[in-house]
Design a binder for this molecule. Sequence first.
Ligand code: SAH
Ligand code: SF4
Length: 408
Amino acid sequence: MKFWLHTYGCQMNVRDSEAMESLLLGAGHQKALSESDADLVIINSCTVRQKAEDKALGKAGYLLSTGKKVGIAGCAVARLGDDIFKKLPRLDFAVKPGEFTKIKYLASSNDPLAEHPPTDAFSAFVTVMTGCNNFCSYCIVPKVRGPEKSRPFDDIVQEVEHLASTGIKEVTLLGQSVLKYPNFPQLLRRLQQIDKLKRIRFTSAHPGGCTDELLKAYNECDKVCRHIHLPVQSGSNKILSQMGRRYTREQYLEAIAKLRAFDDTFAITTDVIVGYPGETEEDFEETRSLMNEALFDNSFIFKYSPRPGTRSAELADDVTNEEKQRRNAVLLDDQEKRGLARNLALVGSVREVLVEGESKRNKTRLSGRDSGNRIVIWPKCENLPEKGSFVNVKILDAHAQTLFGELA
Ligand code: SAH
Ligand code: SF4
């Protein structure tokens, strides 16, 4: 069968899709050239917000109406259970995140993630933890992805060593709260020793794990990228406490001040929820001011969406959609200005960039990322650097989300 995989949601899903692709190829199926060329389309779904779930199910519904075989994988399946077949009666199959090996109708292996390496040439996701035990009041993830489980240290090291031996230069360690991995700084130190590996990233990080031990590991390990995605969710202590985040505004700001003191080009990105139940104008302004103090390099703003079965879904969703939209727009606008100022400060400096390939918008340019995960664009020149190699780029100009330069 010719299959096509369509992935929604977080990097965990991207990683699961890679593993599913590998399983299907191993079972003798072929990758279609496009969605329309496929006999079977698998939608790897997200359910973290209602909008994300609706998008995935809507896509499946549309594809079913064209007569294709359609399967759904991922978190919406875990949330809806068999009800997914009520919503999409003609659906061919549905598999939950923990059971995706069923996709090729074979007995599940003990460690599907290790056995099915990704296919990308120079950068790879590596799962270090699955599930989540934090139960933030608004979040469906612990329910759909199950309890937190750490993969054995040696398995992770072996997997990364293997990836590096096949030409992978950069790994991103994945988990909902990777800093909770037992002795995470030690894992970074061990991976730092892998010769052919050049960059180590990780996501997501819970602010509680931003310890002096972690800073020490940054200091010792130059391969660990100077970027952290540290979702803050809110700047109001009242809302943070109701969310069950277990840190205060002050503790959060203290943690990132340490990172910035260590290296002032350190990139810090975040997630924020606007319109949580009971979020007043004052609470919102506290979020706004925290974001300005934190000087985030980038941020993802989400409008609160109640997820049935979570604690906050019991509360009245009392901020109107228009007001959520307004708060969302205000924070995006702030971020645009802040991101631009942060990036302009890098004009004149030289950034080491991992080459990703042609820029999508302009084929006469190349695109890559610096250690801070910033997108860097520069003109092609005669000796075309290979995808996956490193070049030094002198920064000449900047937008809020992109740096522009020339080979140094
Ligand atoms: N484990 C990660 C977050 C995973 S979910 C962490 O804790 O850092 C990704 C983001 O989706 C969250 O950071 C949050 O900002 C957003 N999110 C989660 N549930 C949401 C909901 N019910 N409504 C709106 N946004 C939500
Ligand atoms: Fe959800 Fe909180 Fe776990 Fe992140 S840490 S996945 S927000 S419960």
